[in-house]
Ligand binder design. Sequence first.
Ligand code: C5P
Length: 222
Amino acid sequence: DRGTLLAGRHLLVTSGPTHEPIDPVRYLANRSSGKQGHAIAAAAAAAGARVTLISGPVTLADPPGVTVMRIETAREMLAAVEAALPADIAVFAAAVADWRPATFGDEKIKKGPEGPPPLALTENPDILATIAHRQQGRPPLVVGFAAETTDVIAHARAKIARKGCDLIVANDVSAATGVMGGDRNAVHLIGRDGSLESWPTLAKDEVARRLVARLAELAPSP
Ligand code: C5P
């Protein structure tokens, strides 16, 4: 019965982009729509899990039956994830900005004769790696995503070790695939043991349902 697959489990999902402020009116962002992460949250709730969805700025509605925490920056996302733990399963589907502007002023940067301002960047925390490498309170099942434009599987295999997660869902986000912002996704599941399973192109909702069924098999009993 699909409706009880994840009964008694707490599943945490990150979704969407992050926005990194440059000044009060400008920010750095990316093209993530949040569709895949939100679909996973919805599918997990439909499978009976208690779901916490930590979302960057998206135009999507909150999925029914899900606790949604809205944040803007990567640092806020990390704090929200830590506040939402413990979880039985954590799925990191957000497209977190790798960098943020190194400085942030309270006033809008003015256009002037000195030309464009320099934009120095600094590294954001890696939320997935931080949680997956925790000594205490690590969710028993940690899932990362890998959005790549070349050598998808090789990069994903390297990433699983580096990030310390149990499973990577890898997808090709080259512009021609239409995955970023689109309704369909073609994913490869890569396990810690190097195992590879490639799914056909599917609606993001269907990818979410299949992934939730897989997570129910992989997650230790509550
Ligand atoms: O290193 P890369 O960004 O390709 O890794 C992607 C995976 O890591 C995704 O699961 C994404 O949600 C997660 N991530 C994160 N925090 C970051 C960067 C990526 O949680 N700062």
